[in-house]
Design a protein. Structure first.
Length: 157
């Protein structure tokens, strides 16, 4: 293929994709931050204590119960008080919304810990992360190579 390109008017530098080689050489050193070392092993060796996961599930159930009591308490308080205080209602609404957000966050943490308790899922996460990092590095190198094409053209003239 290189010989064919050279025979048909390409310079040897262009025929061997010299721009990519040059970009990989020059930019590759600067992309070392993308090459995270040993993260796969660290991710693989994470241990999730099943008791902690059970405690978290219990905490979610407790917060849901407290949230229901809070809602019923808000309703009974507003019906017991003759005048409706706008400040009290807004404070209670914010407090109720805060408990809903807390429940959502606890569920997200529980799901994450459940996923991380499986070794096969941890391995899949680490492979996916590594794949994304490799794709980002190749995209950067390709972009730099495309920028080098006009520079090489100007230099060769």
């Amino acid at each position: 293929e290189t010989f064919y390109k050279c025979k048909n008017g390409f310079s040897f530098f262009d025929a061997i994709d010299g721009d990519k080689i040059w970009a990989r050489e020059e930019v590759g050193k600067k992309l070392s931050a993308l090459r995270v070392s040993k993260f796969r092993r660290r991710l693989r060796n994470i241990y999730v204590n099943p008791k902690a996961l059970d405690m978290l599930k219990g905490s979610i159930a407790d917060v849901k119960v407290v949230s229901k009591h809070l809602l019923s308490g808000m309703r009974s308080l507003s019906s017991a008080v003759n005048f409706k205080s706008q400040e009290l209602e807004s404070a209670l609404a914010r407090m109720f919304n805060g408990t809903e957000e807390l429940i959502d966050l606890l569920i997200i943490v529980k799901d994450l810990l459940t996923d991380m308790s499986s070794r096969s899922k941890r391995d899949k996460f680490s492979r996916d992360i590594q794949s994304q990092l490799d794709q980002a590095e190749m995209a950067i190198i390709t972009s730099v190579a495309k920028l080098l094409v006009p520079i090489n053209f100007i230099i060769s003239k």
